[in-house]
Design a protein around this ligand. Structure first.
Ligand code: SF4
Length: 484
């Protein structure tokens, strides 16, 4: 998906930029980039491939090479960033966390309007950050241009722009991705981050979240709103389920605490008498499992541990075969915790199911008596069209959707049929869960319900995106029916 960080200070802030950006490393897998307004008045930039290396090991040189009081950084899933743009609005550096599903159409429109070219990423794809910059440059001011870009794209985009020793921060029109502002009272510094966990160790205190579509500008001792927030907030519920760092708050709600509540809710609706221990699939399943264990009274024990020294969470190869291999190598079984035991695991979600199928087989090979799985989120029935959750996720990559098509014996995309399969307790829902359970080789499988997940997060349902579970896109004018 990606994440970004920006900082302005009255003194040199290379270190803050470096560590602040690094605290977003778990959000992206491909590229890291930093840009800074140097004391000499020009913009310095570095971009590195972080596919096989941690951000810090690739960027620690900038601590000596960079200087300046204003910088932006990004962890990017696909495209090279930051981009340096020379435009009629001025020279600036830009980073985005974005997904643009109508990018080809926007490019065609741009060509018709006289634009001569866009740079390409590899595999012939356009760079979404470049497209956003190009849309911004069509208007008279940066703020107007950001509004125009947000209205033009389908998908989502949150943006940081650095120009003239100040930063402009914009949150996605429907707030799918979060942007928070931090302040350091000792020197009037400001920072913008997607993860509030970047603030405390850099001595920033959380000031506020940006609202959906809101744009602000900040420099030292100066913060001003350039664009009012819009009325519809649809923050991605997966920030609390999976993406978000445990120490971060989104919309004022802590991720770790939401996961404890979520796990506890699953336990309350479960018959826990048939299990010996509870474990979490690391990393994101762990807090849900702690919540479950505490509520159920069953011991939290680790039958699987993650080998952390060389496998950062962010490393996720694009090929399915490589992903399966990496998933296997990262998790090491503890046989003494497995043999003869009835194990229950919490995972953040069941997307493809491939990883857990392999885990189940390995647990049985090591003598597990039973392997139960509880998904901390409801069945994922619709591929995300707003964030780069995973580029290859088509409908039939989804275990739940495959199960529906197996049961129906046909391609299923009508709202009526899918509603039956997304409603817990219906015969169709139960049959779908049973197909997935058998495919994964589990003793039992249960999913969290959407009502209970929303309750664990603690925001009103209309303020959270739940599209991948129920197909409802409230940003398109109200949610009436699940959509394809
Ligand atoms: S569809 Fe799912 S993953 Fe995508 S923004 Fe909505 S809740 Fe998040």
């Amino acid at each position: 998906m990606g994440g970004f960080f920006g900082v302005v200070s009255s003194s040199d802030c290379v270190s803050e930029l470096f560590y602040g950006t690094d605290y977003h490393s778990h959000l992206g897998t491909r590229r890291g980039g930093l840009a800074m307004c140097s004391r000499d008045g020009y913009i310095i930039r570095r971009i590195h491939d972080i596919t096989n290396a941690q951000f810090r090991s690739k960027f620690d040189g900038v601590l000596n090479e960079f200087n300046g009081n204003c910088g932006i950084g990004v962890i990017s899933d696909f495209e090279d960033q930051p981009l340096l743009v020379s435009s009629r609005l001025g020279n600036y550096a830009i980073v985005t966390v974005s997904k643009i599903t109508n990018i080809e159409e926007l490019a065609r429109e741009s060509f018709r309007g006289g634009c001569s070219h866009f740079s390409e990423m590899s595999h012939g794809e356009l760079n979404p950050t470049e497209m956003i910059a190009s849309l911004i440059n069509r208007k008279e001011t940066i703020a107007e241009g950001i509004g125009f870009a947000m209205d033009s794209i389908q998908g989502s985009c949150s943006i940081l722009i650095m120009m003239d020793n100040k930063i402009i921060a914009a949150r996605d029109k429907f707030g799918r991705t979060p942007v928070s502002i931090g302040k350091r009272d000792t020197d009037g510094a400001f920072a913008a981050a997607m993860e509030t966990s970047a603030f405390p160790n850099l001595d920033f205190t959380f000031l506020r979240d940006l609202g959906p579509g809101e744009v602000v500008e900040f420099s030292v001792n100066h913060l001003v709103r350039l664009r009012e927030p819009g009325p519809i907030n649809q923050i991605c519920s997966f920030f609390w389920v999976y993406f978000g760092y445990p120490s971060s708050n989104f919309e004022g709600i802590n991720t770790e605490c939401a996961r404890y509540r979520n796990g506890a809710g699953i336990a309350r609706n479960d018959d826990c008498s048939e299990i010996d221990s509870v474990g979490g699939i690391p990393d994101s399943g762990v807090a849900h499992a702690i919540g479950y264990a505490n509520a159920s009274g069953k011991p939290y024990q680790r039958a699987l541990v993650k080998y952390t020294p060389t496998w950062p969470r962010s490393f996720m190869p694009q090929s399915q075969a490589a992903r399966v291999l990496v998933a296997k190598m990262k998790l090491i079984p503890i046989e003494d915790q497995i043999r003869g035991k009835r194990l229950l695991f919490l995972d953040d979600s069941v997307v493809r199911g491939t990883q857990f199928k392999d885990i189940t087989r390995r647990l049985y090979e090591r003598g597990a008596k039973a392997v139960h799985l509880r998904s901390a989120s409801p069945p994922i029935m619709f591929p995300c069209k707003f964030l780069n959750f995973s580029r290859s996720r088509s409908v039939l990559d989804l275990a739940a959707r495959r199960a529906v098509e197996t049961l129906e014996g046909r391609k299923v995309d009508d709202a009526e049929t899918l509603r039956e399969y997304t409603t817990p307790g219906t015969a169709q829902y139960n049959a779908m869960v049973e197909v997935v359970r058998k495919e994964l080789g589990l003793t039992s499988l249960k999913y969290q319900t959407l009502d209970d997940l929303v309750g664990a997060i603690g925001l009103p349902r209309e303020k959270i995106c739940t599209f991948c579970y129920d197909g409802c896109d409230r940003a398109c004018g109200g949610c009436r029916e699940p959509v394809r």
